[in-house]
Design a protein around this ligand. Structure first.
Ligand SMILES: *[C@@H]1O[C@H](CO)[C@@H](O)[C@H](O)[C@H]1NC(C)=O
Ligand SMILES: *[C@@H]1O[C@H](CO)[C@@H](O)[C@H](O)[C@H]1NC(C)=O
Ligand SMILES: *[C@@H]1O[C@H](CO)[C@@H](O)[C@H](O)[C@H]1NC(C)=O
Ligand SMILES: *[C@@H]1O[C@H](CO)[C@@H](O)[C@H](O)[C@H]1NC(C)=O
Ligand SMILES: *[C@@H]1O[C@H](CO)[C@@H](O)[C@H](O)[C@H]1NC(C)=O
Length: 492
């Protein structure tokens, strides 16, 4: 077999298959000195030519790069135009699909990174890994969804990149694509425990692109730590340290929420135009049952003065007895969100009946200029006016006073109707400017938003939480756990 067979470049075609044998181990053919010299001479020519081409290419590339940078920072992006091929946005005009929203966010991020003009915060990613967010953009309106949506709004308004990953599988998969850009992950408490205990989710020496335990922040509506790292890694919608002061100094992190953006979209009805209507906060018939914490046992709901008392009740299979709904209440049937806001905005007062606890609806009411009757469900008989010892339907509002909130002891019929009368007589209003008051009357219905629940206040807390030194805090916690031998250890 001629030696110079080796100087032929493999064509890769099946007919020349034997040309490939030379690179298969154990099947090498020997090379004679003559053949080697020819091979060396020709190879070095090829190498030289290749080096020249490489040099030329890198010069052209550098010139192109310098030109692009100095002339048009977007040129690299547009000249290769790769964006339509990555994360295509299937439904550009929809905002209710989380994968579609992720694609939009990735486009915004990629285009600004490629042209090096990202606005502040854009390259800081917050992974939203609970369905409260993905279902929230799709229209769900539970308390948790409302909380989630306002946090999302705060993040977006501050220019952060929010990416949805509704479960732990999505979370782990998404996180490892850009771990260094992810500031924090917000997820359900039980999911943070699952991820913590799952070697395919959590970061360890053998899973270096996993999520570090210190980036996992639990999204938990109620009190009590819901994270493997404790209360300092559990976010709450209310300032429980203020609401329930018996917390021994250990309480979850107050993230909170704001109904400002959604509420202000709804026009407010002047108080003079509102019918004599009260609205009962109770979308479920079961809340009227005394064994379910009903606050007004044996109280007549037939008003002692002209007033219609409305409610929108959903009848569940276990609570169909019509007698459960007290006489005097007009049932409008189940209402959707728009209908609920319309009824609420027409009312002069919102009446709580014990449940649901800590609902966002009284905040909406106040924002629409509707005062709230907050039933006090428990108190200390020896110290009945001490609000620290009160337990009420809405403990965050027990610190508020008329004309916004009327705290009334449960089962107190006289107290209830007196408070409603006060609310009817003292609508939430502010004085108009002098000129418009001449034309349109002295006062106008006004919105009330708790100072801690304005969008600005929420943004302030969100920013602090996103930017906090979680790793440093976790280092301290880890050292503490190692020293005390208490609590699960983790890798940083
Ligand atoms: C999206 O909306 C824009 C303007 O509102 C419209 O021109 C466009 O056709 C819409 N695109 C789709 C895919 O519906
Ligand atoms: C970026 O976030 C900070 C808070 O971390 C905020 O103060 C700032 O306004 C944000 N920047 C932009 C452009 O929104
Ligand atoms: C929570 O963090 C604070 C500092 O931010 C620290 O003083 C406190 O001890 C921590 N609490 C727990 C339970 O780790
Ligand atoms: C309601 O009134 C009846 C009769 O006066 C009484 O037996 C019952 O205990 C009262 N219910 C509550 C929950 O106070
Ligand atoms: C609520 O119900 C009304 C009347 O049935 C309907 O017109 C409206 O579109 C519904 N709104 C929502 C948000 O579902």
């Amino acid at each position: 077999m001629p030696n110079n067979d080796y100087e032929r470049l493999p064509t890769g075609s099946k007919d020349d298959a034997d040309e490939w044998e030379g690179i298969v181990p154990g099947n090498r053919r020997s090379i004679s000195y003559e053949g080697f010299r020819t091979w060396f001479r020709q190879s070095s020519t090829i190498l030289l030519v290749a080096a020249a081409f490489a040099l030329l290419a890198s010069i052209i590339f550098t010139v192109d790069l310098v030109y692009a940078r100095s002339h048009d920072s977007g040129r690299i992006l547009t000249s290769y135009n790769f964006l339509p091929y990555l994360w295509p946005v299937g439904l550009p005009n929809r905002t209710d699909n989380w994968e579609n929203e992720n694609s939009k966010s990735m486009h915004a991020l990629l285009s600004c990174m490629a042209s090096q003009n990202c606005e502040q915060n854009r390259t800081s990613i917050v992974l939203l890994s609970t369905s409260r967010f993905s279902n929230g953009i799709a229209g769900d309106t539970s308390g948790e969804n409302i909380w989630a949506m306002s946090v999302l709004t705060a993040l977006r308004e501050m220019g952060y990149t929010a990416i949805f990953a509704p479960d732990n599988y999505e979370l782990a998969r998404t996180y490892r694509q850009y771990p260094d850009l992810v500031k924090i992950v917000i997820l359900e408490g039980f999911r943070s425990k699952e991820c913590f205990n799952n070697g395919r989710c959590i970061k360890t020496t053998s899973h270096p692109l996993g999520v570090p335990a210190w980036k996992l922040l639990s999204f938990h509506f109620w009190r009590g730590a819901e994270s493997p790292l404790g209360s300092n890694w559990t976010l709450s919608p209310e300032d429980y340290a203020r609401i329930v002061p018996d917390h021994n100094g250990v309480e979850n992190v107050y993230l909170g929420y704001s109904i400002e953006r959604t509420c202000k979209r709804i026009p407010i009805m002047p108080s003079s135009e509102r019918p004599q209507q009260a609205y009962i906060l109770a979308k479920d018939l079961k809340y009227f049952k005394s064994d379910r914490g009903f606050a007004w046992n044996n109280v007549s709901f037939v008003p002692p003065y002209p007033l219609s008392v409305m409610s929108g009740i959903r009848y569940n299979a276990d609570t169909t007895e019509p007698d459960t709904l007290p006489h005097g209440i007009t049932d409008l049937g189940p209402l959707n969100q728009t209908q609920f806001y319309t009824q609420l905005g027409k009312s002069r007062v919102l009446i709580g009946i014990g449940h649901p606890r800590l609902s966002p609806s009284p905040y909406d009411a106040l924002c629409m200029g509707v005062p709230f009757i907050n039933p006090i469900l428990g108190w200390d008989d020896n110290d009945p006016d001490n609000r620290f010892k009160w337990e009420s339907q809405h403990d965050a509002l027990k610190w508020e006073d008329p004309p916004y909130v009327y705290n009334v002891r449960k089962d107190d019929e006289k107290g209830l109707w007196a408070a409603i009368k006060e609310a009817l007589d003292h609508p939430i209003e502010r004085f108009r400017a002098f000129l418009s008051s001449l034309l349109e009357g002295l006062t106008v219905a006004s919105r009330y938003i708790l100072p801690s629940m304005t969008m600005d206040a929420l943004k302030h807390r969100v920013a602090e939480i996103v930017e906090r030194d979680w790793k440093g805090q976790a280092e301290e916690l880890l050292a503490e756990r190692k020293a005390s031998g208490k609590g699960q250890l983790f890798e940083l």
